[in-house]
Design a protein around this ligand. Structure first.
Ligand SMILES: NC(=O)c1ccc[n+]([C@@H]2O[C@H](COP(=O)([O-])OP(=O)(O)OC[C@H]3O[C@@H](n4cnc5c(N)ncnc54)[C@H](OP(=O)(O)O)[C@@H]3O)[C@@H](O)[C@H]2O)c1
Length: 353
């Protein structure tokens, strides 16, 4: 008997913006065209999952309630919808759950449940030797990094390949020890760019091990000057700005270092739009990244379906940041979210199911 027959489906429900999360029965979803149904074995938590109560209305104003939150899952395919060529029942996969996306707005596609529907375009088979708990750190971090780096309306960089030649161009990843940043560092390297990065000193070795050529401390008062110096004689193809305070500093770098002047911000704040207009005459172009966008554009399948499967199998790409398994079962998620709110450093909080 399979696990879903034993337990039926259970979800972690959010009944209203002000309500607490509760575990309860959920329908067994069916995969539509281009989708797979996945038995979830591990899920990972992201800052957006930990947004408190009413603030969620600012991030997902369209979200219908009751809702099933969450974006990152790993597990086994149990059913394959029409039009899916590359995935089969029994495949071990990791994928981006899109239940909260405006175009979806569906509880069947939310990560925090035992049986979830994933779009094949943002689902990646994982090697037999890779644990679900290791793989599950990938989805939103990789999707957000890929959106920022590769979408034409963001940095518009070349896509990653199995053997990209060096391009002689640089990418700055500000906040490279984050989930988004560890993925951006690897994706930009795999696309042939030299990566300059910032992180706390305790994470410099990790960021270098993922492919960054030079890493700077974002708290250092001279960090802008140091980064500009490292860019002397180079061409800055684009910057991914991650973390509080990243935008003013990356704008300062872009103004002084030249290059394309393009900055994709994964940390948009209410004043980002005003800043974007103010810096345009200075030759700096700021765009706001949306991590769910690759589920609806060419970047999603290019990275999740075409690049990552072989890169993971051949060890050219590492799930990062490393997983910290903090509980088991949907009921463990609320405590894990409280822990995430307290802050993490180069770690992804993971719950097994
Ligand atoms: N726009 C979108 O669609 C989207 C999607 C995903 C995430 N995000 C946003 O992107 C940011 C990162 O998310 P995540 O999930 O990748 O984060 P995360 O992994 O939870 O971030 C933890 C890391 O943040 C770093 N950090 C903290 N303050 C920083 C700062 N001021 N500058 C640079 N790094 C800083 C810490 O680095 P050290 O320990 O090295 O100091 C730590 O390793 C968050 O603001 C999140 O809301 C946006």
């Amino acid at each position: 008997m399979s696990v879903e027959d034993e337990v039926g489906n259970q979800a972690l429900w959010l009944d209203s913006p002000r309500a607490g999360l509760r575990v309860g029965p959920a329908p067994r979803p069916r995969p539509g065209r281009g989708e797979v149904l996945v038995q979830v074995r591990a899920l990972a938590l992201n800052p957006v999952d930990a947004v408190p109560g009413l603030a969620r209305r600012f991030v997902y104003p369209w979200l219908r309630y009751p809702a099933v939150l969450g974006t990152d899952v790993a597990g086994e395919v149990v059913e394959v919808g029409a039009g899916v060529g590359d995935l089969r029942a029994g495949d071990r996969v990791v994928g981006l759950a899109t239940g909260q996306e405006r175009f979806r707005n569906s509880t069947a596609h939310g990560a925090f449940q035992h049986l979830v529907v994933l779009a094949a375009a943002v689902t990646t088979p994982i090697p037999a030797a890779m644990a679900f708990t290791d793989a599950v750190v990938l989805p939103l971090g990789a999707a957000t990094a890929a959106a920022g780096l590769f979408q034409d309306d963001q940095l518009g960089l070349a896509l990653p390949t199995a053997s990209a030649a060096g391009r002689g161009e640089d990418v700055l990843v500000w906040g490279a020890s984050t989930s988004v940043g560890t993925n951006a560092t690897q994706l930009a390297r795999a696309a042939g760019y030299r990566v300059l990065a910032t992180a706390s000193p305790r994470n410099h070795d990790l960021v270098r091990s993922l492919g960054a050529a030079e890493v700077f401390d974002y708290r250092d008062a001279a960090v802008v000057h140091e980064v500009v110096r490292a860019l002397r004689g180079r061409h800055l193809a684009g910057t991914l700005a991650i973390g509080a305070g990243s935008l003013p500093r990356t704008i300062a770098v872009a103004r002084r270092a030249g290059g394309t002047g393009r900055i994709a911000s994964a940390h948009p704040t209410p004043i980002t739009a005003a800043r974007r207009v103010a810096v345009r005459p200075l030759g700096v172009h700021v765009s706001a990244v949306w991590g769910g966008a690759p589920a609806q554009n060419e970047v999603g399948p290019a990275v999740f379906a075409r690049f990552l499967p072989a890169a993971l199998a051949e060890g050219r790409y590492r799930p990062a940041p490393p997983a910290d398994v903090v509980g088991h079962g949907l009921a463990a998620v609320p405590a894990a979210l409280r822990r995430l709110r307290a802050g993490v450093s180069a770690r992804k909080l993971v719950v097994t199911l």
